[in-house]
Design a protein around this ligand. Structure first.
Ligand code: HPA
Length: 273
């Protein structure tokens, strides 16, 4: 059963490290180098964890890392799996449920996203204030597993308000420009057409990507607080006349690494109190 699979994965992780992580971080495309700032690392490749799938996407390493940042115990997913790779939604959120079983109470979800809001520029970091699920799927479809959470989870504050204010405060004290935006989650793997980008703008989206939404839903179901950070790696299709390429998107994400790392470290420091 799914519950047993989660226990299998949890037990393997617990044999590799005695750390009791309080917060988890999922690193999106091109953001994997953040793990360089983690101290006393235990690294577990996804292949070594029962029922964990390897990511097929370039720029996603596929390793679980336990360690500490600012003396705070963290667990990091360096690379995620996406629905467009052909995985079921239940598989996409499996790692989130394993993290929850380890006792975390917060989850930081990061991603690379295309900017829809024309105030944004490539390189901007945006605090996710809310999302629009346009994947046509939901990880909670199927019989509800009541050990995880309720049948009809509330999504009013899907992105925790305290986390949002901590993140904006951290950005401000580092003089990092940061605003709050709405993330539209699409299935992919194609980037959007210009007409789709105009549609998304009318719908109220500020940025677009192909991840995060399923994980936010699963975490809310589990009662875990979510903090979301989008790295705007490119303006979404049709806003400026350039073609979108995954290589350029990874490269742009790399350029923000210093700012991204200081911001996340300060955010984590704030969680100690
Ligand atoms: N669209 C969807 N996903 C993305 C984009 C984009 O423009 N950039 C990075 N991830």
């Amino acid at each position: 059963s799914l519950v047993q699979k989660i226990i299998d994965a949890k037990e393997l992780i617990e044999t590799k490290s005695k750390l009791k992580p309080k917060i988890a971080i999922v690193l999106g495309s091109g953001l994997g180098l953040f793990v360089d700032c983690v101290e006393n690392k235990t690294i577990i490749p996804y292949q070594d964890i029962p029922h964990f799938h390897s990511t097929t996407v370039e720029g996603h390493a596929g390793r679980l890392i336990l360690g500490s940042i600012e003396d705070y115990p963290v667990i990091i997913l360096q690379g995620r799996i996406h629905a467009y790779e052909g995985y079921e939604m239940e598989e996409v959120v499996f790692p989130i449920r394993v993290l929850a079983s380890l006792g975390i109470d917060g989850l930081i979800l990061t991603n690379a996203a295309g900017g829809i809001n024309t105030q944004y520029n490539p390189g901007d970091l945006v605090c996710i204030g809310d999302h629009i699920n346009l994947m046509g799927k939901n990880p909670l479809i199927g019989p509800n597993i009541s050990e995880f959470g309720p049948r009809f989870p509330d999504m009013t504050h899907a992105y925790n308000l305290k986390y949002q204010s901590d993140l904006l405060e951290a950005a401000q004290s580092l003089s990092v420009k940061m605003s709050t935006g709405v993330y539209a989650g699409l299935l992919g793997p194609t980037y959007e057409t210009p007409a789709e980008v105009r549609m998304l703008r009318v719908l109220g989206a500020d940025m677009v990507g192909m991840s995060t939404v399923p994980e936010t839903i699963a975490a809310n179901h589990l009662g875990i607080k979510v903090c979301g950070i989008s790295c705007i790696t490119n303006m979404a299709a049709g806003i400026i006349d350039v073609r979108l390429r995954h290589e350029d998107i990874k490269e742009e994400a790399l350029k923000v690494m210093d700012r991204f790392t200081s911001l996340l470290k300060l955010f984590i420091k704030k969680q100690k109190n």
